[in-house]
Design a protein around this ligand. Structure first.
Ligand SMILES: Nc1ncnc2c1ncn2[C@@H]1O[C@H](COP(=O)(O)OP(=O)(O)OP(=O)(O)O)[C@@H](O)[C@H]1O
Ligand SMILES: [Mg+2]
Length: 350
């Protein structure tokens, strides 16, 4: 195939691009800022991320991906077009792009992701399930017949999958991950402490003192917020235990989803998992104690993959160099024409 081969982890929180032969060439928050009057994009990625919670009425800051799927087509297209152009420069041939998607997406969501990629400048596009990519990126030999469990915990979704012989035997995807954990800290502070904080502060608190499992020695940090009643700026202390209480409900929802996958997994594969352990990938895998709560629930060893934030992109990268794997497993590159055909095809389903 002519044109560069590019792998993109189009995440709810960040976009990571991998170019065949080069490795990861781009890692930017999936955030776009545009002017309301003329719709013109004024910032993207890191620059737009700094504007979250600070945007005046004339500017809107959005995340075009929500829960792992496209929530704002036009903005997602503009964002991808910008990044693809940045990567490809003035190359004549359009690139072939493989993009990851959550393990359980509807046909319509699948088509929308494909559509957005080809509209953004890809010659041909192909989709790969995030848990498979995460497993490959974390170094698991996925074609082996014994089963492994991978839990990819990102910003919008937690994808749980049991993988054997190169495919997902059982999978579940829940819309509970890092973003909702941030929200839960914002709501806790408002409810219990009458303090208002923004999303970025909540995220900083989560990363510094947050925990999914009560820490033996409590840690404390000082953060900045606003007093709910006076509206005045304040410095306040927040403890790890408070973050635990704030996030507990969502952590439990993730644990229930893991349990649900175990319930659906055939016994032979369960015994494989018991032997092989569970691998965690994605940014939320780094939350203190996440591995421990999952291990306590399941009784299985849990390890956090090396470089968990880049596992999906690295996994797609490995597949880019092995297009034979894709064709052997039924993953096909599609052009714009092929996708419009899919659209007509799908209409009969409704
Ligand atoms: N050290 C850390 N502790 C806790 N959470 C973290 C840490 N580092 C990153 N995160 C969280 O990880 C999330 C981002 O992870 P990741 O980049 O894997 O998501 P994504 O791939 O963009 O999202 P998705 O896969 O859901 O579409 C954010 O919610 C971020 O707050
Ligand atoms: Mg992800």
């Amino acid at each position: 195939m002519l044109g560069m081969n590019i792998g993109i982890d189009l995440g709810t929180t960040s976009v990571i691009a991998y170019v065949e032969g080069k490795g990861i060439v781009l890692s930017e928050p999936s955030v776009v800022a545009y002017r309301n009057d003329n719709g013109k994009v004024i910032a993207m990625g890191k620059a737009a991320c700094k504007m979250i919670g600070r945007d005046p009425d004339s500017i809107t800051v959005v995340r075009p991906m929500k829960d792992g799927v496209v929530s704002d087509f036009t903005v997602a297209e503009q964002m991808l077009r910008f990044y693809i152009k940045k990567i490809c420069g003035n190359k004549i041939f359009k690139p072939n792009i493989i993009v990851s998607m959550p393990g359980t997406v509807t046909n319509l969501e699948r088509r929308t992701i494909l559509d957005v990629i080809t509209a953004s400048g890809a010659g041909r596009a192909c989709l790969l399930e995030e848990p498979l990519a995460a497993a490959i990126g974390s170094g698991i030999e996925i074609s082996q017949p014994s089963g492994v469990m991978i839990i990819d915990m990102g910003g919008g979704t937690t994808d749980i999958a049991v993988i054997t012989m190169g495919t997902m035997a059982v999978a579940n995807s829940v819309k509970v991950a890092g973003n909702l954990l941030n929200d839960s800290i914002v709501r806790y502070l408002r409810r219990e402490r009458d303090i208002i904080v923004g999303e970025l502060t909540a995220e900083e608190i989560k990363k510094k003192v947050g925990c999914a499992y009560l820490r033996q020695e409590e840690v404390v940090m000082v953060a900045k917020g606003k007093d709910y009643f006076t509206g005045m700026p304040i410095d306040f202390e927040i403890t790890s235990t408070e973050t635990y209480l704030a996030m507990r409900e969502y952590i439990n929802q993730i644990l229930e989803a893991v349990q649900g996958v175990f319930e659906k997994t055939p016994p032979e594969l369960v015994s494989d998992i018991l032997q092989e352990g569970i691998v965690l990938t994605g940014g939320t895998a780094l939350l203190y104690g996440m591995d421990k709560v999952i291990s306590e629930l399941t009784g299985v060893d849990v390890r956090i993959a090396d470089d968990p934030l880049n596992c999906v992109a690295n996994g797609i990268g490995k597949v880019l160099g092995d297009l034979f794997f894709l064709s052997e497993n039924g993953y096909l590159f599609k052009s714009r024409q092929d996708i419009s055909f899919v659209e007509e095809d799908k209409r009969e389903d409704f």
